[in-house]
Design a protein around this ligand. Sequence first.
Ligand code: NAD
Ligand code: UDP
Length: 325
Amino acid sequence: MMLAKKALVTGGAGFLGSHLCRRLLSLGYEVTAMDNLFTGTKNNIYDLLEEKRFSFVLHDVTQPFWGQFDEIYNLACPASPIHYQKNPVETMKSSVLGMMNVLDLALKTKAKVLHTSTSEIYGDPLVHPQVESYWGNVNTIGIRSCYDEGKRCAETLCADYNREYGVDVRMVRIFNTYGPNMHPKDGRVISNFIMQALANKDITLFGDGSQTRSFQYCDDLINAFIKYMSLDRGVIDAFVEKHNLGAAVINTGNPGEYTIRQLAEETLKQIPESTSKIVYEPLPKDDPKRRKPDITLAKELLDWEPSIPLQEGLSKTIAYFRKMF
Ligand code: NAD
Ligand code: UDP
């Protein structure tokens, strides 16, 4: 009998972590979710707690931990600006100390690592769309820096643990991803707009709404994780060399680009009974003006591309939040 592969998902009770745990279980893995429940909630994994191949560990990734796993997926870090700015030092520690703990464990146990980096490492980009070879435009001392620079440092650690110690690590720069299991008070734009529209409250549009984002539905991203982790290291190394990447890093996102005003209008269109009105509020500091992934590399390496357009993903996400009313 084949033994089940063992996976650790840090941040496993969060929005993306909970989807990943479900997918890994459906593929026959034994899954351990680790989380300190800072922005995640056990509600996201409640139904999994009965499952024999699933376990939950309440633990802070900044503290060392031990376990024998075949694969480690590192997601532990608050992702929403309002939450990561609430305790910026902890955010930086989650990214940097958390990454070191994950990589040290991988080094000792020969586990493969998939690390979730972010489009934020490009800052307020001067290159559009963003390609992996772009080094970014990031403020080191602004209110977003704890997240941006923490994630940049985590990438450096991944690259160096690979070069110096041969740890098998794969990085994904994720562009805005949304879907069911986002916390209703998460604070990111899609959950905010949907919750506001369903509650007939003002839709808070920051700035003039002309800034853009590209929105990826969660299932598309999880497909990319699974394909990436299943590749032989030799294939990845050859790809890194062919594209002169320096380390195994790819963008994942949906290249469809929308202004935030368009997003507000589409949300209201899909919730026609809402009496909400759009109100304009000041643009937060260092808010990137444009963001859109170039996913050429992910397409080539993973034979992958997102399949769920914004209208469809939004409708699935609205259906999830509707159940709360
Ligand atoms: P989320 O906030 O729902 O999930 C993060 C999870 O990590 C939460 O469950 C939280 O409780 C946990 N966590 C935070 N600090 C921790 C710590 N010190 N120890 C243990 N657990 C901790 O956000 P998400 O959208 O699911 O993001 C998951 C990962 O993907 C994050 O690392 C984030 O930076 C990255 N990412 C997400 C997006 C996106 O659009 N969703 C974009 C780019 C990158
Ligand atoms: N935003 C907004 N209203 C909100 C929340 C966010 O207009 O209630 C804007 C925010 O200023 C940014 C965009 O929507 O320009 C995306 O914000 P989010 O916090 O979701 O993620 P970011 O891409 O900025 O990390």
